[in-house]
Design a protein around this ligand. Structure first.
Ligand SMILES: [Fe+2]
Length: 508
């Protein structure tokens, strides 16, 4: 054997042996990761995972979906999960024009289906808060308990300890708490004060390292993996959010129907774009819109009164009742088969504190009898598809609290809400929050569609199987927006195909 061949043979052997060692090492890693999550894996499943790329990520996806978790997960169970339709998560896509909705029979599809709306979550008629100190304590207790239970489902936070014990630990520690304070040190690091139900501690997030890009907002519930540093301070290595499971998939309707989302008409303002709205109503009556079964109005249908200083100068109608009458006229020519769902925003005639109840009956009676009025936020199902609608006032707080956020990029703030599983975590900012018995702003189940408005922009995208959208406006640029360099994108309507979750945008 020539030295060259011998050399090659040695190299091959080393690679082969290395492969076997990696294989064994990976099996051990998979098994111990499963054990940490409290489950055992069938040997065939371990073989299967080892044969795949990124086996630990695959395992994580399986663990996130299996709920409740059995003692042993088999290969068959894991493969059954993998067969679900899965749209890859990705960055928000560019708005697309509508596909043809014409049917061979010529009959509009929406006339063939009765509306199917189930309300899942709505504060209307259920508000209990009186604003006493006791209410606030109960409200934050509920927030902490609900979100920390979600975080405990995360593999990385299994075995997390109460903060009272964290301070005495000498090695790596993991715990969950609510963020009480965020300060920046002279060296540019961030110092967090985090508390649970019994104790609190300080957490240093270094300006470089794996946790450096994880920005934290006040009052959010977060998981921390770190190690003791000095003077009882924990040095954070990883910050963990409840988030949407990576393996989440869009669960669609069987019926070939669409839902259109609009918001921020601001009827009553001199800047209401009446002609463009009329064109939308005309389009809704035509063949191209024949699959649109639902029209959801995500708040701020009218401009309201006294919402901001010197608003009277911008108003065409200074009586809120007249504003709703005009709004009612603006929608009266919509086809009868379209189911209307109307919720309030911060300009509407309900309490400003969120969650907001539905519009009062004296206003509801101005609208068609079958219109559905919900609070803000509201969770409901359209032909079986889970929808979460939130007007979006808390984006004012996200834009000022997190770097990279802007009114022109609403999807970025919406993704931060989904990651935190909370629509408005920051208390005492620009979003008034009512201390209800339960925190209604928690996103306790993952929707298939998440819609917002408020920022007068447009956004269409997807995050981990959730269709996300922001529904533009029908008001031209106000003087306030001009001064603050906010450029609205009016007259754009995101429309979701309820079967697939794909969204397209129609411009008027
Ligand atoms: Fe608004």
């Amino acid at each position: 054997m020539s030295p060259v061949c011998g050399g090659a043979s040695v190299i091959l052997s080393q690679t082969f042996l290395g492969g076997i060692h990696n294989h064994i090492g990976m099996r051990e890693e998979i098994l111990s990761a499963a054990l940490r999550s409290g489950v055992l894996l069938e040997p065939r499943l371990v073989d299967y995972l080892v044969s795949k790329e990124a086996p630990l990520d695959r395992l994580l996806e399986i663990l996130e979906v299996v709920n409740p978790r059995p003692l042993v997960i088999t290969l068959d169970e894991a493969q059954a999960l993998g067969k679900r339709t899965h749209r890859p998560a990705g960055p928000p896509s560019e708005p697309r024009p509508p596909p043809s909705s014409r049917q061979g029979s010529g009959k509009p599809p929406r006339t063939e289906y009765d509306p199917e709306v189930q309300v899942v979550k709505d504060i209307t008629g259920r508000s209990t808060c009186t604003g006493e100190m006791r209410d606030f304590a109960r409200y934050f207790e509920h927030r902490y308990r609900t979100l920390s239970a979600m975080l405990r489902q995360r593999r990385e936070l299994l075995g997390s300890t109460p903060i009272s014990r964290v301070k005495k630990m000498t090695k790596e520690t993991r715990f969950i708490g609510i963020v009480q304070a965020v300060k920046r040190t002279k060296a540019g690091h961030r110092l967090l004060q985090i508390e649970d139900e019994e104790d609190s501690c300080q957490v240093l997030v270094p300006s470089t390292g794996s946790a450096a890009d994880e920005y934290v907002v006040l009052d959010e519930v977060v998981g921390v993996i770190g190690r003791p540093w000095k003077r009882g301070i924990i040095l954070a290595e990883t910050l963990i959010r409840p988030d949407v499971p990576r393996s989440n998939v869009y669960r669609g309707a069987e019926a070939p129907l669409w839902a259109a989302f609009v918001s921020d008409l601001h009827v009553g303002s001199k800047l209401f774009l009446r002609e463009r709205w009329a064109k939308f109503v005309e389009w809704m009556r035509g063949a191209e819109a024949s699959k649109v079964k639902y029209l959801v109005i995500v708040g701020d249908a009218v401009d309201g009164i006294g919402v901001y200083p010197r608003q009277d100068e911008d108003l065409e109608l200074d009586d809120v009742y007249l504003q709703y009458e005009k709004f009612s006229e603006a929608i009266e020519d919509l086809p009868d088969e379209v189911q209307l769902i109307i919720m309030p925003g911060n300009h509407d005639a309900v309490r400003p504190a969120e969650p907001q109840p539905a519009l009062p009956s004296c206003i509801q009676k101005l609208f068609p009898e079958d219109a559905i009025f919900l609070g803000n936020p509201a969770a409901f199902r359209l032909h079986g598809v889970d929808v979460l609608c939130y007007h979006g006032k808390s984006m004012d707080d996200f834009v000022t609290s997190l770097p990279g956020m802007s009114y022109g990029r609403p999807l970025a703030a919406m993704i931060e809400m989904l990651r935190r599983r909370h629509l408005a975590p920051i208390y005492g900012g620009k979003t008034p929050l009512a201390p209800e018995k339960a925190d209604h702003m928690i996103i306790d189940s993952v929707p298939s569609i998440f819609a917002t408005g408020h920022v007068h922009s447009l956004g269409v995208g997807e995050y981990r199987g959730v269709t996300i959208l922001n529904s533009s406006t029908w008001q031209a640029q106000t003087s306030y927006q001009r001064i603050h360099n906010i450029a609205p994108r009016p007259g754009m309507v995101p429309i979701v195909d309820l079967q697939t979750g794909q969204t397209f945008v129609k411009a008027f």
